[in-house]
Design a binder for this molecule. Structure first.
Ligand code: 8GT
Ligand code: MG
Length: 137
């Protein structure tokens, strides 16, 4: 028997909320891992970056906003079999700019109560559940 140690990829993920209580989501491209699934924007933390720095960089690159305030929300470890990820999720509580799919990816604002209608990667299930339970009070 062999023991395999699979390194986890650390990913900075942003839950971006507007004044109407909607969340901004994007659709992943065909050449990406978890192709065509909906996601909360974000990406891999690079060497020498903090998660908050990576989040700010990724959200500027992918959706054209500048984060001015964020708060830790939850952390999720998930093994897809082909890849292991650690999602470090922050709520983005203030930002400048209007989020849009800067890389041509489809995107939209969705009420929290409708998030479960979207096909997210399996790792995201606890995020949607926590957002919805917080809303139901
Ligand atoms: N951004 C993002 N990634 C997620 C989510 N859920 C989830 O499992 N992931 C996984 O996290 C990993 C890294 O995210 P990413 O592909 O956005 O990284 P990136 O922007 O640096 O991508 P790149 O490799 O195209 O430069 C992927 O394997 C992706 O499947 C999510 O909600 N948002
Ligand atoms: Mg990304």
């Amino acid at each position: 028997m062999s023991t395999e140690v699979k390194t986890s990829v650390l990913v900075a993920v942003g839950v971006i909320e507007n004044a109407a209580g909607e969340i901004f989501i994007c659709r992943r491209g065909e050449s990406q891992h978890q192709a065509f699934k909906w996601e909360f924007p974000g990406g891999k933390v690079e060497a020498g970056e903090t998660v908050a720095q990576a989040l700010a960089r990724e959200l500027e690159e992918e959706i054209g906003i500048a984060v001015t305030a964020c708060a830790p929300f939850m952390r999720i470890d998930h093994d897809y079999g082909d890849k292991r990820v650690t999602l470090d999720i922050h709520r983005v509580t203030a930002f400048t700019g209007e989020p849009h799919g800067r890389e041509g990816q489809p995107s939209r604002w969705v009420p929290v109560s409708e998030l479960h209608h979207y096909d997210f990667p399996a790792a995201n299930r606890p995020i949607v559940a926590k957002l919805q339970s917080a809303c139901e009070g």
